[in-house]
Design a binder for this molecule. Structure first.
Ligand code: ADP
Length: 453
């Protein structure tokens, strides 16, 4: 500032001096006035350039000015750059923040105090059928018209969540959402939505499962209780007593089988996958299953003139890796089912084969009643039965195929079912190549001899 005053005085003195030297006092006065006018003019031009630039500082560089205006334009430009950098940082933070909310697996909607949508992520768009751009500033209650939500929104009790149907489901599998509003700021609301379809399904499955188990256990329990009561209240002859005790033993055996199957299923679900180091001797396993199946067949058709015909292949020339006890359960379930559901005189064929990709397949084919196509996809669900009475009569628990399917999947394989109503069925276990190994040389020779025999 001092420099500015000094240069102003100097200009007046110089021009006043020149004017005075030239024309005396009037010249000195004219020189001073001229000097003041020149300083004022230069200052005005600089000020005008600064003001012109400051009107749109973003579009051009600050003017190069000297003196006070130079300083002013430099400082203004620096402050402006700092503000611009701050604005860029804030915009970047906002973009990152919105991208993070966008990546959330939950739906997020920001509502203004009037309940209009300020912003929403794509998931919320899917949940409620909202267009994230087109529907901005629309009132949420106009777009989400599910009665449960309307009542919740109007009730203003936002400390709990509301469950409602979402968009995009089918009549048989509706999408279920859990929605909650969280007030924030001055009347704004954060609306969060979560897809709970899978949870709701798991819940329904759990309820069904408990109901099924209770039902399965209740029936034999009721029968047992009935017999106990009869034995307590009625004088029975010895043969009657023996008969009732036999029937009671059958009911308790049924409950025991059910509990064993349930325990096996829960063990399968809770234990680690079978490793590839345990080798399963398929020869021994098949011999055990064959004995069991022939015994069962004799038991079910004792005096029948037309017994079932059971054909078992010779032991296969390969072995499997996995859990022997699990595989035995899976294989014997399939063979025993074939024996239980095939009528007298029917045929059951058990066959191992090596697949072209190096895997292996065990097929159990019967000439039983067959299964209608609409039931086939549901086989393997717990307690799903096609023929309820036959299943119970022959001691079935409704869990056999669920166990078999689980074991196949734990070994990286699958359970395949093909059936023709009235003709018969083929249940097959397919194992992937890493689970199949050729037999060691000595064992292979024995197996070849057995096959030839
Ligand atoms: P269950 O103990 O009732 O036999 P499974 O899970 O083993 O239970 O079988 C489920 C249902 O599949 C059975 O109830 C039966 O209706 C049907 N099923 C299974 N195997 C056969 C088969 N070989 N032939 C016809 N139906 C079968």
């Amino acid at each position: 500032m001092a420099l500015r005053i000094l240069s102003f005085i100097l200009t007046l003195l110089v021009l006043g001096g020149i004017g005075g030297g030239w024309l005396g006092w009037p010249g000195a006065l004219a020189g001073v006035v001229l000097g003041a006018a020149i300083v004022w003019g230069v200052d005005s031009v600089r000020g005008r350039r600064f003001i012109d630039w400051s009107r749109e500082p973003d579009t051009s560089a600050p003017p190069v000015l000297r003196g006070l205006w130079g300083e002013a334009s430099y400082r203004t430009a620096r402050a402006l750059r700092a503000e611009q950098q701050k604005a860029r940082d804030s915009a970047q933070r906002l973009t990152d923040f919105l991208a993070a909310i966008q990546a959330s697996p939950n739906g997020v909607i920001l509502l203004d105090p009037e309940g209009r949508i300020e912003w929403c992520n794509d998931i919320a768009g899917l949940h409620f059928g909202i267009h994230p751009q087109r529907d901005l500033l629309q009132h949420v209650s106009n777009l989400v018209r599910e009665p449960a939500f309307t009542a919740y929104y109007a009730g203003r009790k936002y400390e709990r969540e509301v469950k409602m149907f979402g968009r995009g489901g089918t009549a048989s599998q509706p999408v279920k959402l859990s929605v909650q509003l969280h007030p924030y700021g001055s009347g704004h609301k954060l609306m969060l939505s979560r897809d709970i379809t899978a949870l709701a399904q798991a819940d329904a499955m759990r309820r069904d499962f408990v109901a099924n188990v209770s039902h399965e256990i209740r029936t034999p329990l009721t029968v047992l209780a009935g017999f106990v009561e009869t034995m307590q209240s009625l004088p029975l002859t010895e043969p009657e007593r023996a008969k009732y005790l036999e029937l009671m033993a059958a009911q308790s055996a049924r409950m025991q089988t059910l509990v064993n199957d349930l325990l096996l299923l829960s063990r399968l679900e809770g234990s680690p996958l079978p490793g590839v180091n345990e080798v399963v001797d398929l020869g021994a396993l098949m011999a055990q299953c064959e004995n069991e199946a022939r015994g069962l067949s004799d038991l079910l058709h004792p005096d029948d003139a037309r017994p079932q015909r059971l054909y078992f292949d010779a032991p296969p020339p390969f072995e499997l890796t996995g859990a022997a006890s699990e595989l035995r359960s899976a294989v014997s379930n399939l063979i025993n089912n074939a024996v239980r559901y095939t009528p007298a005189g029917g045929t059951i064929d058990v066959h191992w084969e090596r697949l072209p990709d190096g895997g292996a397949r065990l097929s159990v084919t019967d000439t039983g009643p067959g299964i209608a196509p609409e039931h086939v996809p549901r086989l393997g669900e717990r307690f799903y039965r096609v023929d309820r009475s036959r299943s119970r009569e022959s001691g079935g628990t409704g869990l056999g195929l669920a166990i078999t399917k689980h074991v196949a999947q734990r070994h990286g394989g699958e359970l395949q079912v093909s059936s023709q109503l009235g003709k018969g069925s083929t249940f097959a276990l397919v194992f992937p190549p890493p689970r199949v190994r050729p037999l060691p040389a000595g064992a292979a020779a024995v197996s070849a001899l057995a096959a030839a025999a």
